[in-house]
Design a protein around this ligand. Structure first.
Ligand code: FES
Length: 157
């Protein structure tokens, strides 16, 4: 079986097709950006992009990713330049324990891909099912606004 991860075709062998994608990413490919939180599709810590759409890797069997492109946190930067959403999180210091950060970033990347001008309500709605137990929500929203700004600046260059 082959999967397409972060622009690379990766051959996998002896992995049962029903194995959750998250296990394959973390255990077999050492892509540890996506986190294991609930394992039930409820917290968002494991979020990746599948064909550009935010998806919960803990609840998606490996077999369901055939012929699709998977992007993890590790695949967001280009030529050493962080994605605007990653940069926004750093500039706003939008993490406490950091466990939810992967999911917040991946969810925002997918949103801004569809709607780079998403307003605060749309951002909040998009993040409503990504859980943060530290209460870093204010900084996360500030990071989203910073990301929009960086996206606009880069677009103008
Ligand atoms: Fe996948 Fe919680 S670990 S949604």
């Amino acid at each position: 079986m082959e999967i397409n991860v972060n622009g690379r075709l990766v051959a996998l062998s002896n992995i049962p097709p029903e194995t959750p994608l998250l296990y394959v990413l973390r255990n077999d490919l050492q892509l540890n950006g996506p986190k294991y939180g609930c394992g039930l599709g409820e917290c968002g810590a494991c979020t990746v992009l599948i064909d550009g759409v935010a998806a919960r890797a803990c609840s998606i069997p490996l077999a369901a990713t055939q012929g699709k492109t998977i992007t993890t946190l590790e695949g967001l930067s280009h030529n050493g330049e962080l994605h605007p959403v990653q940069q926004g999180f750093i500039e706003e210091q939008a993490a406490q324990c950091g466990y939810c950060t992967n999911g917040m970033i991946m969810t925002l990347v997918a949103l801004f891909e569809r709607n780079p001008l998403a307003n605060e309500t749309e951002i909040k709605n998009e993040l409503a099912f990504n859980l943060c137990r530290c209460g870093t929500h204010i900084e996360i929203l500030a990071a989203a606004e910073k990301a929009k700004q960086i996206l606009a600046e880069r677009g103008a260059q």
